[in-house]
Each structure stands twice: as C-alpha cells, then as structure tokens.
Write a protein that binds this ligand. Sequence first.
Ligand SMILES: C[S@@+](CC[C@H](N)C(=O)[O-])C[C@H]1O[C@@H](n2cnc3c(N)ncnc32)[C@H](O)[C@@H]1O
Length: 210
Amino acid sequence: MKARAPLLGQVSKAHGKTVWFTATDAFADWAREAAPNVHGLWTAPGVFSADAPDPGSAALLAALPEKLGAQVADLGAGWGGLGAGLLTRDGIRTLHMVEADHAAFECARRNVTDPRVQFHWADATTWTPPELLDAVVMNPPFHQGRRADPSLGQAFITAARKMLKPSGQLWLVANRHLPYETTLAAQFRNSDEIAGDSRFKILHGSRPNR
Ligand SMILES: C[S@@+](CC[C@H](N)C(=O)[O-])C[C@H]1O[C@@H](n2cnc3c(N)ncnc32)[C@H](O)[C@@H]1O
C-alpha cells in the first residue's frame, strides 16, 4: 500500500492492521465488485451469507404462518434472501427492507425487483416505518466485532416492537445460544419459541407493550 499512496497512520490489533490515507483512486483496481454467486444472486464481498441463502433464514421462512399481514418489514435485509421468500406469501402489500450495509443494500435492490418493496438504507434500530406494521420478520445481526454480541439483536427486538401495530407480530431467527428471550418477554406480552433445532431457534412475539 505504501508503494501506491502515502499512509497517514496505522493501528495493529488482533492479527490485523488498519491504515488510513487521503482518499485516492490508487487502489481502484483492488476492488472486488458485487457479482452474481453460483445461485445467480447478487452478493458482494463481506456481505452476510454471500455464497448461498442462509439456513437460519430458510428455517424462519419454513416456520412462518402463511399470512403475515399487509404491512411488513424485514430488518437487516442483507442481499434480500429472506425478503424474497416473504414476497411469495399471500397478502403482503408493502415490504420494507431495511439494511445498513450499503453493499448488501445495493445487492438486495438487484435481487428483489417486486414493486411492493420499499428499500431503506438505514439503521434498523432507529428507522421508523411510514405507518405501523402488521409484522416484522428478521434474522438480526449478531456480530459487532469478532465475538457474538447479543446487544445489537436485542436492540433490533426493541426497535421492532415500536414499529408494530397493537395487533402486530415479530418473527425472528437466532442462533440457539443467543440470549434474546428476556428482551422479547420485556417488549411483548406474549412470546414463545415456535420452532428450532440444535443450531437455530425461531422466536415469536405478539401483543407489543406500549
Ligand atoms: C444475519 S444478517 C441477515 C441478512 C438477511 N436478512 C438474510 O436473511 O440473509 C443481518 C443483516 O443485518 C445488517 N445490519 C447490521 N446492523 C444493522 C443495522 N443497525 N441496521 C440495519 N441492518 C443492519 C447486516 O449488514 C446484515 O446484512
């Protein structure tokens, strides 16, 4: 990198090194652009589950009821795998796909062309829907850094509760070990595990607390 541009500083930590430099096109030929994977779905380096649909999201789709309501959101929509599955169901009039990572967001826009979708490049923990929702469906993020960190997923659950109508419902998939039940029980009057196996659990919340 030094051979291509003057580096202004560096930090070494955890077997990695971060450097910074004044914005330049000197590394443009290093970029690996988004491209279709072997399944023909657009993904990009570093986006979640770039090589194939996530098995957790597939388990969530398999466990959902046929009807979810008209106004639905997918928080942390990634490249769109879960959202595309939701759109095969009856009754959805609007699906809000909310994603913070711009590379994943751009892939979702290529993969999901259904006119019922509204795309939001936004932080799901602060995004507010234009009207209260019938359902939130999500496979929330569980890494902030190298370790699993449940606080972001817990923030997603709290954010989802605020987006829902009084009759609205939350459906989410999580790795079995992630501690989401206490947050779910604090945010929803009814909460339970509706499906799962040794790897994943599918959690459901209804009657959101006001
Ligand atoms: C476990 S992945 C699920 C992706 C997709 N829904 C799927 O099932 O394949 C979680 C996604 O949440 C996104 N994410 C992380 N933090 C976020 C935030 N604060 N707001 C919105 N999306 C976020 C990540 O970029 C990632 O795409």
